[in-house]
Structure formats: structure tokens, C-alpha cells
Design a binder for this molecule. Structure first.
Ligand code: NOJ
Length: 544
């Protein structure tokens, strides 16, 4: 990365336009992603569930998060860990019941925590009644709700297109009657036909179902993929993409916005939009579309001051152009945990660059993850925490092959189980208070020192750092300033202020740097060296 970095010039100090304005919660919230299967097991079957979440709400309250984003909890055959939904209006028995979900929503609200549910509109489970009806009869009207097509070639035995799927597999599966159906993900996730009014009506009704139950926001899975070009062209450079980011998708979100706006309170629509072009990304955030979208630019970025600064600038400018809040994400249930990423020689992340098994310095990765926490929690906008980030968990790269269930494993040689390992709550050995039985994925024995219990009373722990940072984020007026401005301290140091009263300094150089002039040290991600900030360490300062 050094080469790439050296080719770029450090920009001059610039003032960035506001992306937070002290307005609705979703503009500046700290949002905690719960991956229910791995959060906490309340009924002793080795799999996390709603009972476990309810039992540990105190952890989230003490952490100080504003909202929970719940990964899918609906009935599902779990071909893609719940992102293959068979019924959007119920809860999978492995997680509990709808009544328990309603209770959780109430209890979270009582604890001052908002709830965001995950809706998956691009595809449904092959076990959904619509797809079962479509498959049962070639003349069934339900076929129109999907992408059924004859094959190419003399016998129709060639796929209708050569599109590569999002899991890097083929995208069509042939049915017994000879037709093919489209699935951008696994075959158990048939794509819906968003040109059909019934699909649109159904999802608007699903939004209402959850808004009626009090949820505060909807996370929209694979939000840019819904529409397809019905002429099914191949993917070619310099021609519009046949299924990624088609213009018509914006009508869907305008309609969804009308639904969310029809409810009281600040109900938010938050899109999962993987998009290299920032202008196209920002289109989803126009005032009559989504409220916010996940920004994965920083997540994929190397631990490199120049590249990170460019990523932050890119993000803030793109969002400012449409008046939307930026979002900051370091990890989620799909990507290698950032303690591990930042401990590797190549600190980037992308699905196309599988670094599994390359050497990891966990001590270095942890030091950087601590600094990254202060970075991501002090940038203007909303910040996402993936469960376990606050404990400093690393990727479990030692998952036995026979426990790999992720459809990505077979197709890309990278499974996402390593970041989905059950949380360690207490005790000296697995299941570390997660369950009373063996958890569904193995927990590293070395997580003994990382349990929530072990870290709770330790002021130097990752958990204490997150708790302090989130508390300061609320209390420190500087962190409510909508704008940020870079401070040019050193070419390999990221430094910025929020208004006149707050500064964050992240030393990404290989040597210590002097603390800039300040009134008081609010927080440091690691021990300081007198009045110097050691490498891979961040500080929050109250300025004079
Ligand atoms: C994005 C989700 O985050 C991921 O886990 C899932 O596999 C795909 N969308 C397909 O739903």
C-alpha cells in the first residue's frame, strides 16, 4: 500500500459540510448489529435467540447504544443464515416467537434503545409459499413473481444468461419442467420480479407490519439489486448493468418512503448499498428516498492515513451533496473482523481478495481496532458496531470444514462463519456463558480474557473503551458539532476537529507524535508516552 500512498498528495486542510444536524436519531446514532444466532442463547440449544437478547439488554444499555439492528429472525430454512426468508411476518422457532419479538421491541424501547429490523426484498426463500406454488405448476400465476425463463440452446439446457452471482456462482437453476429461474445468490434464494405490482404491494405491507409493531427502522438487504433488465443482456463494460443499480429501483424506495413517512416518530429506511460510484450511491439518499445507507468504503480501506482520509472525504462529500448523514462501519456479519484485518500485512478487505490464513498479529490488530473505534465514533454521522467489536473479538479462522454452512464457502472458498462465532459473555471456557451446551460454532479458547464479564471491571479493556467513547459522544458538546475539519499535524497522522472544542488524532505512523496543544485529554485508545501519542493509537482531546 505504501506505493499507492506515496503517489497521492496530502490535501490541504478543508472544512467539510455538515452531515449531522442534531436532528432525528438516525443521523447520528450508534447502532449495534445483533446477529441473533450468535448473540446469546436463552433456551439452551446452542443457538442464540430472542430470550438471550432480552437477558442481555443490560449490556447494550450499559454500552450506551441508540439502536439495535436485528439481522433476520424470520422463519427460514437457513440456506443463507436467515437471508432466505420464508415468512416475513413471523419469527423462526429457533429464535422464539412473534410475541417474544414484540416484547423485545417494548423492552428495548423501555431501555431507551430503538429497533431496526432487516428486510430482504431482492429474493425470498425457495420454501416461501409463492415459490412453492410457482415451482409446482409451470402455468401458475406465481411464476410471474419470479424470473422464470426458457434456457438457451437447442434443448434449452443452457442458462438464459452467463451472469455471475453475488456469491460468485451461476445465477440460474433449472426446474423439472425445463424452465430456469434466476437467483443472484444461492439457488435457495430465488429473485423476486419487482416489475410485478404484487411484489411491491407485498413489501409495502411487510413494512407496515413491522412499523405497526413499533420498529424504528428497516435495514434493506442488497438494496441496489431489485430491478433487472427484462431483456436479460449479458454484463458488458460500457453498457448499463442488467441487475445492479437500475434507475427504476428508486421508484421502489420513493414508495417505501411514503410508507415510512406515514408513521409518527422518526422511522428510518437504511439501505445496504455496495456501490463504487459515490454519485450513484448518493442517489439512494435523495430527500424522498432512503434516510441512510451503509457506507462500506472505510471498511474496505487499508490502515493507511492517506487512503483513509480520502475515504472519509469521499464519504462526507457524497452525503453532503444530498443532505444525508454519513455512516461508518468497521465490521459486520459478512466480513473478516477488523481486529484480524488490521493485524495482517494487507489490511484491506474485499470479497475478491481472500486473505484467509495469512499471518495475523492480533496484538497489533487490537491496538489498531481500539484506535479505529475512536475514529469511527468521532466522525460526523451514524456509527455501526457489529456485536463483538466492543469485546475486541477477532476472526475465528479455525472453523472445521464440516461446520462450514455458508453458501459463500463452496463458491468463493471464503466462509463467513469466522465473524459469526457466538459471543463470549463469562467464565473461563467455551461456551463462555453464551449457552449451557456446545455453541453452534466453536469459540476460540483464547477468548477467555475477552468475555464481557472479564472486561467489565477493567478500565483498560476494549469494552471500557467503547463504553467511555459512547458516553463521551453524548456528553461532549464538540462531538455534536455537525462539521469536521482536518488538522494537518503530520502526513501519517489523521487529525480533525469537530468545531473548536474537540479534536481526534489517530497516529498511523511508525513513530510517536507529540500531542497537539489542548485543554484536556478526554480519552486515549492506549497508553501514551508522556505527551506523545505512540503508533496506532488515537486520542480524543478537548481543545482550548
Ligand atoms: C447481504 C447480507 O448481509 C448477506 O449476509 C446475505 O448473504 C446477502 N445480502 C444475501 O441476502
Amino acid at each position: 500500500m505504501k506505493g499507492a500512498r506515496n503517489q497521492r498528495n496530502i490535501r490541504r486542510k478543508q472544512v467539510l459540510v455538515s452531515t449531522t444536524d442534531g436532528g432525528p436519531w438516525w443521523r447520528s446514532a450508534v447502532i449495534y448489529q445483533v446477529y441473533p444466532r450468535s448473540f446469546a442463547d436463552g433456551n439452551g440449544d446452542g443457538v442464540g435467540d430472542i430470550g438471550g437478547i432480552r437477558a442481555h439488554l443490560g449490556h447494550l444499555r450499559d454500552l450506551g447504544v441508540d439502536a439495535i439492528w436485528m439481522s433476520p429472525w424470520y422463519p427460514s430454512p437457513m440456506a443463507d443464515a436467515g437471508y432466505d426468508v420464508a415468512d416475513f411476518r413471523d419469527i423462526d422457532p429457533v429464535f422464539g416467537s412473534l410475541t417474544e419479538a414484540e416484547t423485545l421491541i417494548e423492552e428495548a424501547h423501555a431501555a431507551g434503545i430503538r429497533m431496526i429490523v432487516d428486510i430482504v426484498p431482492n429474493h425470498i426463500s425457495s420454501e416461501h409459499p409463492w415459490f412453492k406454488a410457482a415451482l409446482a405448476d409451470p402455468d401458475a400465476p406465481e411464476r410471474e413473481l419470479f424470473w422464470f425463463r426458457p434456457g438457451r440452446g437447442e434443448n434449452g439446457d443452457e442458462m438464459p444468461t452467463d451472469w455471475r452471482g453475488e456469491f460468485d456462482g451461476t445465477t440460474w437453476t433449472r426446474t423439472a419442467d425445463g424452465q430456469w429461474y434466476l437467483h443472484l445468490f444461492a439457488p435457495e434464494q430465488p429473485d423476486l420480479n419487482w416489475d410485478h405490482p404484487k411484489v411491491r404491494e407485498e413489501f409495502e405491507s411487510i413494512l407496515r407490519f413491522w412499523f405497526d409493531r413499533g420498529v424504528d427502522g428497516i435495514r434493506i438487504d442488497s438494496a441496489a439489486l431489485l430491478l433487472k433488465d427484462p431483456s436479460l443482456p449479458e454484463v458488458m463494460a460500457d453498457t448499463p448493468h442488467p441487475f445492479h443499480d437500475l434507475d427504476g429501483v428508486h421508484d421502489v424506495y420513493r414508495a417505501w418512503r411514503r410508507v415510512s413517512d406515514s408513521y409518527d416518530g422518526d422511522r428510518a429506511l437504511i439501505g445496504e448499498v455496495w456501490m463504487p460510484e459515490v454519485e450513484r450511491f448518493a442517489n439512494y439518499l435523495r430527500p424522498d428516498e432512503l434516510h441512510a445507507a451503509f457506507n462500506f468504503d472505510l471498511l474496505g480501506c487499508a490502515w493507511d492515513p492517506v487512503l483513509m482520509r480520502e475515504s472519509i472525504d469521499r464519504t462526507l462529500h457524497a452525503h453532503a451533496a444530498v443532505g444525508a448523514p454519513a455512516t461508518w462501519v468497521l465490521s459486520n456479519h459478512d466480513v473478516t473482523r477488523h481486529v484480524t484485518r488490521y493485524g495482517r500485512e494487507d489490511t484491506t478487505f474485499s470479497f475478491d481478495n481472500n486473505l484467509d490464513g495469512t499471518p495475523v498479529d492480533l496484538e497489533l490488530g487490537t491496538r489498531r481496532a481500539r484506535a479505529a473505534a475512536l475514529l469511527s465514533l468521532s466522525l460526523p454521522g451514524a456509527t455501526y458496531i457489529y456485536q463483538g467489536d466492543e469485546l475486541g473479538l477477532w476472526e475465528n479462522e479455525a472453523i472445521p470444514e464440516d461446520q462450514r454452512q455458508d453458501p459463500m464457502w463452496a463458491r468463493r472458498g471464503h466462509g463467513r462463519e469466522g465473524c459469526r462465532v457466538p459471543l463470549p459473555w463469562s467464565g473461563d471456557e467455551s461456551p463462555f456463558g453464551f449457552s449451557t451446551v456446545t455453541p453452534w460454532l466453536p469459540q476460540p479458547a483464547d477468548w477467555k480474557g475477552l468475555t464481557a464479564q472479564a472486561q467489565s471491571g477493567d478500565p483498560s479493556s476494549m469494552l471500557s473503551l467503547y463504553r467511555s467513547a459512547i458516553a463521551l459522544r453524548r456528553a461532549e458538546p464538540g462531538l455534536h458539532e455537525p462539521a469536521m475539519a482536518w488538522i494537518d499535524l503530520h502526513p501519517e497522522v489523521l487529525a480533525y476537529c469537530r468545531g473548536a472544542a474537540f479534536a481526534c488524532v489517530v497516529n498511523m505512523s511508525g513513530a510517536s507524535v507529540a500531542l497537539p496543544d489542548h485543554e484536556s485529554l478526554l480519552l486515549a485508545s492506549g497508553p501514551l508516552d508522556g505527551d506523545r501519542i505512540p503508533p496506532d493509537t488515537a486520542v480524543w482531546l478537548r481543545m482550548r
